[in-house]
Design a protein around this ligand. Structure first.
Ligand code: DGL
Length: 476
């Protein structure tokens, strides 16, 4: 597809199905009737009012009943075909699907940062002329969209994958870990990884175990809202993540995403203690069981903790890129029967992480399966659905019974972190269960902490009196 704006839609034959890009009947008939195609600017008179915007392509998996307009505001609106009274064409702006990668300006005085692209919304490019989001762009195009990056560092990019993060998994973790190790040994001052947000906390945990003792920051970043939306967090996240990688002092695997709901600053979260907590807020990532490591606001990083690994000049790093995928992860529910766990044992799984209730419980129905696991040499670890707090299996009789079946408590390790750590630990010591257990129960990347800080568990639950009193003090 051309990179140029085409000024005349008439050049495109209206009979050609390609110009209706993804639309089916009855929308195609409506478009034919008014002589418009995808990429036409139109004024739509409808029974529900007047809309002005650009006709966007329709995904073939979306319904056939709506025409989608990109409005001036940046938002998309779907107009049902049978509400359309007329469509008047006022222009034509075709989006380009591919722009050439722009060479990043090199400034010898600036740090060198390596950006690995894996996919997700952060890797969607906005075509400014049309407002359309074009997926699967290469990271080299970032400079074209976020020129501020050139003020921060010399950025070199490499697209490793172009996938949504639900498709990230152990094979990708291994490649990423090796690539990060190479970048560190090659002398980069920091690494940034663009990633879909949904499973970013699994990948950040995996990299925290697989890449140890890094001398430079390894910063994961994503975006909750695509860059065609006025409220997109893509540019700010990328700028702050790149700053943290180039100039920051925290040489660990960290996640850099929106802090508050406003766009004031980003938070840097430790890779093993972070979790996506909201399906749509931009401030979706939260540190659990602790507080975030730092705030980052453009060119200023304010540490909130000081127990982090500092940047070093050497190039020493230990990469242990291994994963045994015979690890099961079970979210216990009341009524769960033994066969849920037994099926994993029968299928040859070597380890199981359970997210139990309360202090770390499952029901009695599961006990025979726990016994079967113990006898089969399948290690079973306990984490918490509450996410905050510590596993304490000595408090209640049920907990003690579960312990007797050999279930191993994991303090305040997050369930997702425990799953990833177990896959890694089993691969590190394939023939030595005692070593696996030792690795699992020893904190190696902040995955377990001694205590929760008093100001960690802050959940704003609306206008409750304590919160009002607290805010009154802060804001008075
Ligand atoms: N499914 C999402 C993912 O890749 C896309 C949205 C996003 O990048 O957050 O995680």
């Amino acid at each position: 597809m051309s990179d140029e704006v085409q000024s005349e839609a008439a050049a495109v034959p209206i009979e050609d199905a390609a110009v209706f890009k993804g639309y089916r009947e009855p929308c195609v008939s409506v478009m034919r009737r008014f002589g418009v195609t995808v990429w036409c600017d139109v004024i739509a008179e409808t029974t529900r009012g007047r809309f002005e915007g650009l006709i966007l392509p329709r995904s073939e998996t979306s319904d056939e009943l709506h025409l989608v307009l990109k409005l001036e505001s940046g938002y998309n609106v779907g107009i049902r075909h049978d509400t359309i009274e007329s469509l008047r064409k006022t222009g034509y702006r075709e989006a380009s699907y591919k722009i050439p990668e722009k060479a990043f300006p090199v400034d010898a005085g600036k740090p060198r940062v390596r950006l690995f692209g894996t996919g997700g919304t952060i890797a969607s490019r906005l075509d400014y002329r049309t407002g359309a989001v074009i997926p699967a762009f290469s990271p080299g195009e970032l400079y074209g969209s976020v020129p501020e990056l050139a003020d921060i560092c010399n950025l070199e990019t490499e697209k490793l994958f172009g996938i949504f993060s639900e498709n990230m998994g152990p094979p990708q973790y291994l490649i990423l870990a090796e690539k990060i190790g190479e970048a560190i040994r090659e002398g980069y001052d920091g690494v940034v990884i663009g990633h879909g947000t949904d499973t970013m906390h699994y990948t950040s945990a995996a990299l925290s175990f697989m890449v140890q003792g890094s001398p430079v920051p390894i910063v994961m970043v994503g975006s909750q809202r695509s860059s065609d939306r006025p409220s997109s967090d893509a540019a700010q996240n990328l700028i702050n993540a790149t700053w943290a990688a180039a100039h920051g002092d925290i040489a660990e695997v960290i996640v850099c995403m929106f802090g508050p709901t406003s766009d004031r600053y980003n938070l840097l979260h430790r890779g093993t203690r972070v979790r996506k907590m909201h399906s749509s807020y931009r401030s979706t990532f939260r540190t659990l069981g602790d507080i975030p490591l730092a705030m980052v606001e453009r060119d200023e990083i304010t540490p909130l903790k000081d127990d982090y690994a500092r940047r070093r000049e050497d190039r020493e790093v230990t990469v242990r890129a291994k994963f045994d995928d015979r690890v099961g992860f079970i979210y216990y529910y009341p009524g769960m029967k033994a066969d849920v766990i037994e099926s994993l044992i029968d299928a040859g799984y070597r380890g199981i992480v359970i997210a139990g209730t309360g202090l770390g419980h499952v029901n009695r129905l599961a006990y025979p399966a726990l016994e079967k696991a113990r006898k089969a040499g399948v290690q079973v670890y306990m984490t918490l659905q509450t996410l905050w707090g510590f596993v304490q299996m000595h408090v209640y009789e049920t907990g003690r019974e579960i312990l007797e079946e050999g279930v191993i408590p994991l303090a305040n390790m997050l369930p997702e972190t425990a799953y990833v750590k177990l896959g890694w630990a089993l691969a590190c010591h394939p023939d030595d269960p005692a070593k696996v257990r030792e690795l699992m129960t020893t904190p190696i990347a902040g995955d377990m902490t001694e205590r929760e800080p008093h100001d960690g568990y802050l959940v704003f639950q609306g206008g409750v009196p304590e919160m009002k009193a607290f805010l009154g003090k802060v804001w008075s």
